[in-house]
Write a new protein. Structure first.
Lengths: 786, 267
């Protein structure tokens, strides 16, 4: 073993507490950065792979078959300068029914002879492609549970066409819910015109900043060529990609914030530890130099002392980061058939190299002083006590009407302002993290609350239907007319106000999948709908929609949207944006009078009731339930707890990271106090010789961090608030949500005061252990030294 | 004969694997005695002092101070023992550099919970008696070595301890300051204060003690009257000790640092 490594090894062994602090801080920084980085880079990867394999459509456009013919549609490919295309394919919106009578939801069917083609190659995941009329391939993402051999009919269509499910497939950009041979389309359009869909691929649209512009240009060309009103919908692959990334995009801003906090904390801790190690070991440095160590060897010895625990922390951090990434990424990977093990080597390399580099540079800066210290000075300095600073404060503290052990400690930070600052900064980050995490939890709670719309005290609904093999079985007894139910509710004493909502499913031109339409009878504005923008509906023909709907359909407030699959097309004007995440935000809230022609299912109707103040919701619900029994619906007090796995994961993740930050902060304090008591061993010895009891010693040491803890809490809480104000809206954007002020204003004054004291708690907890050591330490020897 | 203030019975203390620092030492110091503990480095002088002060515990034997067994005390009880019964004076003063002279002196009283006005009144009185009252608001770093040691003595006397322990009290002082401090200790002894001084300095022993205990390799090698003072061995009549004390008192007066009547006020 070389002399250098021997010095390093003995140095690390001697400094257990600083080593643990460095290791933990680095581990936290690496785990959070790695997780954030991996999510950032890898969340889109499975989709990108699938998109490449399937020659996915950069742009899909839906045409009204009544206004254009197939030839015009095909010509649009050249007009748009597409390098490849697929289509035109006939499309129709149909509502299937399974062979056991379960009514299905409306879906978009495309007539397509082959799954392949120049663009939007549909991937078969089960069974085979359609070969003749009477067969259908369902999308794996379809609302209908795809089972091979299942027969579907379409009660709304003339001639009662029937098809058998022969395969399950998936279009990477979700261009249709099902496919049939083109010859079948005649029957499925049911005499109506239906539509055409066309898929385009453009050169250089896969990557690069020009993607969005390229797609917009293609869209303009297609629209211009087809004529006014011919284009009824369109979808860019970027919209799909964004939706795919949405699940993980949510995590990225706050993981990056934690990663950054962790890195700053690492730099702080490493810098502080190394500087303190050099400061307290000047004598040791002098001896090393006296026996022939060169300045660079001394510097290297100290850098290595910091790097050894940092390397261990980095290794653990990589492990933890990857383990945490697996469950978060598994979902996206599964959907697109990618691999769940998301190791992105370059991110690993960057994070590992970055963390260790940062530690090395910080340590080097701290140790530089030691390398340059003249040997004679180092030997002389090692023994001498430094002149005390902060005497004025010490004397001022002595006049405070507090016991002497407390006042002796209170003045301590002013004697060593540098160390107090380092400890304080660690506490600042700890309390900022706690403030942020609690705020994040509260904001998530508000989002979930807004999503649940469960402001009503009592709800009345039809009992859930029994489940059959393909979904709910048809009801044996019909559910009563909602108007009759509402009449009973209105007549009940104790009813303050009530409204009813009924759910229906529709499609929006250009977007595959089902849009949920919620139609209200009565004023539902008090029902817990959190407005982001605009206003609540005021009458028929108006609608409010979630942010997700606006971005997916490319509409804005004031625009009109046409809903299909509701008996006849229904056009509504969007007057408000509401906070809602259900069904990926594909929801439309409107007045029931808007849907006059739609076949609304009474079983999908819910009455929402607010009871008068002083009325017990539970007993009200029980009595109402009895009164409603003949109508086949049930009433219950609404108090269901709804959990979201996303919120749970976020909560657990942020709690873990916060705990680590608080631990690092506490250990930072511990390390600082250990150094301080080591330096004050003579002073503490004097106190003891004068009769200071162990409890008084603990009081003095703990009091020495009180000012620092309070001040750091005072700085940390506003910092946490700022972090919350920046990160949570960013997370909302990542999730496709715009968050209203009510979701962001989650801190109450008493809560903030309590959080401010959190810094004090961290400081005291960090100081308690070394205070105990100081109280027990035998100091007789120190009293004899100068 | 006065009551014993210190009683050591077969006290042993060993650090690690080396030879014992103290090996079955028995020693009695009676109230009003002034005893010098001398011996070469490593002979166990400081260990003895630490055991009496309750800063350390013996491996065997018993240590009784002012009628209380110290060897079995817990940390907190030992701290109270020091606070109530022991005044300690060190070679390097061990004054706290960032507290004023007065704040240093009142510290033991404050730790004991004495009321603030009372503590400051007593500190003022002690500083006057010891001739350093003009430095009351100064920081210790501004004082000469002799003055600093006077402040340390004032601090040691703050809680009126029955026993004053001095560990090489002149070791860091020039000879004039050393004589000054020796005179002060002699004066205190003359007023009836029990004093134990650990020292290398035989002149100090002569100036302020009447009995010398010589330790060699952790054992009592000699115990008798301090040379040149006509003092007494352990158990001799306390009256004889007065002769040596008188001489020391004269020395203290010679440097003009205080008067006999003033020292009385320290009790």
């Amino acid at each position: 073993m070389s002399a250098l490594s021997r010095v390093v090894r003995s140095g690390v062994g001697r400094r257990r507490v600083p080593g643990v602090v460095i290791g933990l801080a680095t581990m936290m920084a690496v785990a959070a950065s790695l997780l954030g980085g991996t999510l950032l880079a890898a969340s889109g990867a499975p989709f990108d792979d699938a998109f490449r394999r399937a020659h996915g459509a950069h742009l899909s456009v839906q045409f009204d078959a009544a206004r254009v013919d197939a030839g015009q549609v095909r010509a649009s490919a050249r007009a748009a300068d597409a390098v490849a295309f697929a289509g035109p394919f006939r499309t129709a919106t149909v509502t299937p029914r399974t062979d056991d009578g379960t009514p299905g939801w409306p879906m978009t069917v495309a007539g397509r002879a082959r799954p392949g083609g120049g663009a939007d190659r549909v991937t078969l995941t089960n069974g085979r492609w359609v070969a003749r009329p009477g067969e259908i391939v369902l999308s794996a993402d379809s609302a209908l549970l795809p089972v091979l051999g299942m027969r579907l009919d379409f009660p709304g269509l003339p001639d009662g066409p029937e098809v058998e499910v022969v395969g399950v497939a998936r279009s990477v950009t979700g261009t249709a819910d099902a496919w049939v041979v083109p010859a079948q389309m005649q029957a499925l359009t049911g005499g109506g015109a239906g539509g055409y869909q066309m898929h385009y691929r453009f050169a250089d649209a896969d990557t690069g900043a020009g993607t969005e512009a390229r797609i917009a240009a293609g869209r303009r060309a297609v629209t211009a060529g087809a004529g006014a009103g011919a284009v009824t919908g369109e979808r860019s692959w970027l919209t799909v990609r964004k939706a795919v990334e949405r699940d993980t995009a949510l995590y990225v801003p706050f993981l990056l914030a934690f990663g950054l906090l962790g890195l700053v904390m690492s730099v702080l801790v490493v810098g502080n530890v190394v500087a303190a190690a050099v400061g307290t070991a000047t004598r040791r440095i002098g001896i090393l130099k006296a026996v022939g160590f060169t300045p660079s060897q001394v510097v290297r010895a100290y850098v290595a002392q910091a790097l050894a625990p940092a390397a261990v922390g980095t290794l653990l951090g990589v492990l933890v980061g990857h383990l945490l990434a697996v469950p978060v990424l598994a979902e996206t990977a599964e959907v697109h058939g990618g691999t769940a093990l998301a190791v992105t080597p370059w991110i690993d390399a960057v994070v590992i190299g970055g963390a260790l580099g940062l530690v090395a540079v910080t340590a080097w800066a701290g140790a530089w002083r030691a390398g340059r210290l003249r040997t004679v000075d180092a030997l002389a300095l090692g023994g001498a006590a430094r002149p005390g600073r902060g005497r004025a404060v010490a004397q001022l503290a002595g006049r405070l009407p507090l016991t002497r052990p407390v006042t002796l400690g209170l003045a301590r930070p002013f004697a060593r302002p540098g160390r107090a600052l380092a400890m304080g900064t660690a506490i600042v980050f700890g309390s900022a993290a706690v403030t942020f995490t609690l705020g994040l939890g509260a904001s998530l709670g508000k989002v979930l609350e807004a999503k649940a719309h469960d402001v009503a005290d009592v709800v009345v609904e039809a009992p859930p239907a029994e489940l059959g093999p393909h979904g709910p079985k048809p009801r044996e007894e019909p559910v009563a007319d909602p108007a009759d139910v509402a009449a009973v509710v209105a007549a009940r004493p104790g009813t303050a106000r009530h409204y009813s909502s009924v759910k229906a499913r529709a499609t929006v031109a250009g977007t595959a999948g089902v849009t949920e339409v919620v139609a209200f009878t009565g004023d539902a504005s008090w029902g817990g709908y959190t407005m982001v923008d605009g206003r609540w509906i005021a009458g028929p023909g108006e609608a409010v929609v979630p942010t997700g709907f606006l971005s997916t359909t490319g509409t804005r407030l004031g625009d009109t949207v046409t809903l299909n699959g509701l008996g006849e097309p229904v056009t509504v004007r969007v007057v408000g944006e509401v906070l809602d995440t259900r069904n990926d935000g594909m929801e439309v809230f409107t007045d029931a009078a808007t849907l006059t022609g739609a076949p609304l299912d009474p079983a999908e109707t819910t009455q929402h009731i607010e009871v008068t103040s002083g009325t017990d919701a539970a007993s009200y619900a029980a009595q109402l339930d009895e009164a409603l029994a003949p109508l086949g619906v049930t009433a219950r007090a609404d108090g269901d707890d709804r959990d979201s796995s996303m919120a749970l994961t976020l909560g657990a993740l942020s709690a873990t990271l916060t705990l680590m930050l608080v631990l690092v902060a506490g250990l930072g304090v511990l390390n600082g106090v250990v150094l301080d008591t080591r330096e004050r061993v003579r002073e503490l010895g004097v106190y003891k010789a004068l009769g200071m009891t162990p409890r008084q010693t603990i009081t003095t040491v703990v009091a020495s961090v009180l000012v620092t803890g309070l001040a750091a809490g005072g700085v940390g809480v506003p910092l946490g608030l700022r972090l919350h104000g920046a990160i949570v809206p960013a997370m909302g954007r990542g999730a496709g949500l715009r968050l209203p002020a009510s979701v962001l204003d989650v801190y109450a004054a008493p809560q903030l005061a309590a959080l401010g004291l959190g810094g004090l708690v961290i400081a005291v907890l960090g100081a308690l252990l070394p205070a105990g050591w100081a109280a027990r330490a035998r100091t007789a020897v120190a009293l004899r030294a100068e | 004969m006065t009551a014993p203030v210190i009683e050591l019975r077969e006290v042993s203390r060993r650090y690690g694997e080396g030879p014992p620092a103290l090996d079955a030492v028995s020693l009695t110091v009676r109230a009003g005695e002034a005893v010098a503990v001398v011996g070469p480095s490593g002979s166990g002088k400081s260990t003895l002092l630490n055991l009496v002060a309750g800063l350390d515990r013996p491996d065997g034997g018993s240590v009784t101070v002012d009628g209380v067994r110290v060897d079995g005390l817990g940390e907190a009880a030992a701290a109270r023992h020091r606070r109530d019964r022991i005044g300690m004076v060190f070679q390097f003063f061990n004054l706290l550099d960032d507290l004023t002279v007065t704040d240093n002196v009142v510290l033991p009283a404050q730790l004991a919970g004495m009321a603030r006005p009372e503590a400051f009144r007593r500190a003022k009185e002690l500083l006057e008696v010891l001739g350093v009252d003009r430095h009351a608001d100064a920081l210790p770093g501004r004082l000469s070595g002799g003055e600093r040691q006077r402040v340390a003595v004032a601090r040691a006397l703050m809680n009126r301890p029955p026993l004053l322990l001095a560990d090489e009290p002149t070791g860091a002082l020039d000879s004039a300051s050393g004589q000054e401090v020796a005179g002060l200790l002699a004066q205190l002894h003359a007023e009836g204060q029990t004093v134990v001084v650990v020292t290398h300095d035989l002149a100090l022993a002569r100036a302020c003690t009447t009995r010398t205990v010589r330790l060699v390799d952790g054992r009592v090698a000699a115990d008798g009257a301090t040379e040149g003072t006509g003092g007494t061995t352990e158990g001799t009549d306390g009256a004889a000790a007065g002769a040596g004390a008188d001489g020391a008192t004269t020395a203290a007066r010679a440097d003009g640092s205080g008067s006999g009547s003033a020292v009385e006020r320290t009790r």
